[in-house]
Design a protein around this ligand. Structure first.
Ligand SMILES: Nc1ncnc2c1ncn2[C@@H]1O[C@H](COP(=O)(O)OP(=O)(O)OP(=O)(O)O)[C@@H](O)[C@H]1O
Ligand SMILES: [Mg+2]
Length: 380
């Protein structure tokens, strides 16, 4: 797809000249004759770069530039200033207002195109997502998936990492409650928007920030007022936006072999199947691992987390589990008695509320393993 450039200049001749030069190189071009027109057209045009004249009647290019930099949706948009004012002091004020580059008029079209290309390449490199996706997929309902996902995410956030948890399910969930939130927003609002238009502002605006450690949560829908079909396209758009901001995006996935879960796991650096150590749960985990394998998620991209809630009279020995599941075991969480309920009542993750508890130590060990450059499974 051709990249789009918005050219802002009050001089129609300059607009024509620059448009022509860029169109000849295959760029899509949009134009605005002044600063306010540029600002109003940005949300619909969504350019990849802006070329900005400095001296314009209604609003100077410097002011337009400053405004773009203070809006989170355009803060990183590449800006090339083009101005008849070519003194060093003018260049400095242009760059200080937030422009990425400054070219005096009249500009040589070859140089202009070369600078535009350099800026676009730099921006493309900068916007390469640096974050990682971790997926927690329940082998069956009630396995402890949300408890593990929220605690691991919170422990990683305590290491000064930017972490966002997404409780991706079409119905009600418990993540907000575990973090003590009464959310004002949830996933259903994003699901109601066209996936292709999902912006960072939309996503960040619908997530909730836990001030204690900066953990963000995008909670499951609170009501069924709007349809909640989660498409793979939605997941793609969501992941792309979240990875721009977060070091880790932690997905709490409902036990389902859906297109949405498949899309999440295809992006995940690691998918953990959360399972209880009893025969029926293990049967579900085996089916899930087989499905993941069909999706191409295998080897050290996938592992099992065993949550022993203490309710299973049939808990199998670890070696048997390892042999039956034919997958690496990333962690085992021991029974925590009523601690999860106490922690839920307080709205504080259990590993934070009672760090000395064995279950908390196991969660901390797990969080450490999942943030290593290469995940080391338990030796069983
Ligand atoms: N280590 C543990 N010891 C004891 N109870 C636990 C432990 N981990 C989780 N629980 C409890 O098990 C129940 C299910 O946990 P959780 O809600 O995390 O599971 P889930 O897989 O997310 O469930 P759902 O399928 O409903 O989303 C909760 O009541 C939780 O408090
Ligand atoms: Mg859950």
């Amino acid at each position: 797809m051709a990249r789009k450039i918005l050219i802002v200049d009050d001089d129609p001749n300059a607009l024509r000249l620059v448009s022509y030069a860029l169109q000849a190189e295959g760029y899509d071009v949009a134009t605005a004759a002044n600063g306010s027109e540029a600002l109003s057209r940005l949300p619909t045009e969504r350019p990849d770069l802006v070329i900005l004249d400095v001296m314009m009647p209604d609003m100077s290019g410097l002011e337009v530039c400053q405004r773009l930099r203070t809006d989170p949706t355009t803060a990183r948009l590449p800006i090339l200033m083009l101005s008849a004012r070519g003194l060093v002091a003018d260049r400095v004020s242009g760059l200080k207002s937030g422009a990425d580059d400054y070219l005096p008029k009249p500009a040589d079209t070859g140089e202009l195109v070369a600078r535009v290309e350099a800026l676009l390449n730099r921006a493309a490199h900068r916007s390469m997502p640096s974050g990682q996706v971790l997926a927690f997929l329940g082998a069956k309902g009630g396995s402890g998936t949300t408890t593990v996902a929220v605690n691991v995410a919170s422990l990683i956030a305590e290491q000064n990492k930017a972490v966002t948890v997404v409780e991706l399910r079409p119905g009600p969930g418990t993540a907000a409650g575990l973090l003590g939130f009464q959310p004002a927003h949830d996933l259903s609002e994003l699901l109601a928007m066209p996936a292709a238009n999902l912006s960072q502002k939309d996503v960040l605006g619908r997530s909730i920030l836990r001030s204690a450690n900066g953990l963000r949560l995008l909670p499951a829908p609170r009501s069924g007022d709007t349809p909640c079909d989660i498409s793979a396209d939605f997941v793609e758009a969501l992941v792309a936006q979240l990875l721009q901001e977060a070091d880790y995006v932690v997905f709490d996935l409902a036990p389902c072999w859906s297109a949405a879960n498949r899309a999440v796991t295809s992006h995940a650096r690691f998918t953990a199947v959360v399972c209880e150590p009893d025969p029926l749960s293990v049967q579900c985990a085996r089916a899930t691992l087989a499905t993941l394998q069909q999706w191409g998620i295998m080897g050290d991209l996938v592992g099992v987390i065993l949550v022993n809630r203490g309710v299973s009279a049939n808990a199998l020995p670890l070696a048997t589990l390892r042999a039956t599941l034919q997958a690496g075991i990333a962690g085992t969480i021991p029974p925590a008695a009523d601690l999860p309920l106490v922690a839920a009542k307080e709205g504080i993750p259990l590993a934070t509320l009672r760090p000395e508890h064995m279950a908390s130590a196991a969660l901390k060990d797990l969080a450490g393993r999942l943030t290593q450059s290469r995940i080391k499974f338990l030796q069983v």
